[in-house]
Design a protein around this ligand. Structure first.
Ligand code: 13P
Length: 250
């Protein structure tokens, strides 16, 4: 089965609303006509405006987080219904920065994944090991645990639509990119884990991204690996290098 590549920008906590307008207007023509699916995951305050600017384009709108309750007294949180109504189709869940700074657990990641599916959006489920964990030799065990818990209660049909992003924590924002072999090894292990939980057809359908210091200059070799279906891009999603990544095959 051939999977369409998916390249998602994770803007993180960057770009004010007016800066967001400028960036989207700059990038829109540069990523038009890409072979890959393109997603802009933007800060909550920018979602409505960016959504308006993306209307009529092939670029999908994404969020960087969501809360796992439908609504109510959760000051400061964003509900899945709010995202859905604003036109969001992808939601990043369990980014390592949320796990580290906001103490998100695997169980919360799982609740969010289930909610995102309930509202007919697609989760981009982030998993990844720290440098210490890699040096301790527990990378694959840890990733398998993260994947298994994230997908608890997720149906086969839902899993086939999901996106998993493998982001080694030591490669995020450090300029230290995993080798294509390191990235491939873990992405293959994730696909193997999905095959164990569900079946081969589900493993063949699910899309697995690599994230961590992806740039226009290294996207082609990373995305060329058999189990890597695109990337989740931080720093390089904030400028025109993103267009080079999206058009890695041209
Ligand atoms: P960088 O591309 O800046 O390393 O960030 C990767 C990332 O965390 C994307 O979610």
């Amino acid at each position: 089965m051939s999977r369409t590549k998916i390249v998602a920008g994770n803007w993180k906590m960057n770009k004010t609303p007016s800066e967001a307008v400028a960036l989207v207007n700059e990038l829109k023509p540069l990523v038009a006509g890409a072979d890959a699916d393109v997603v802009f995951c933007v800060p909550a305050i920018n979602i409505t405006k960016v959504g308006e600017l993306l209307e009529g384009t092939d670029i999908a709108l994404g969020a960087e987080n969501v809360y796992f309750e439908d609504k109510g007294a959760y000051t400061g949180e964003t509900s899945p219904a709010m995202l859905k109504d604003a036109g969001v189709s992808y939601v990043i869940i369990g980014h390592s920065e949320r796990r580290e700074y906001f103490k998100e657990t695997d169980e919360e990641v799982n609740k969010k994944v289930l909610k995102v599916f309930e509202y007919d959006m697609t989760p981009i489920i982030c998993v990844g090991e720290t440098l210490a964990q890699r040096e301790q030799g527990v990378t694959i065990d840890l990733i398998r645990q993260q994947v298994k818990i994230a997908l608890l209660g997720v149906s086969k049909e839902q899993a086939q639509k999901a996106v998993i992003a493998y982001e080694p924590v030591w490669a995020i924002g450090t300029g230290k990119v995993a080798t294509k072999e390191q990235a491939q090894e873990v992405c293959a292990a994730i696909r193997g884990c999905v095959a164990e939980i569900y079946d081969d057809a589900t493993a063949a359908a699910i899309r697995i991204q690599y994230g961590g210091s992806v740039k226009g200059a290294n996207a082609k070799e990373i995305f060329g690996m058999p189990d890597i279906d695109g990337g989740l891009i931080g720093g390089s999603s904030l400028n025109d290098d993103f267009a080079k990544i999206v058009n890695y095959d041209k």
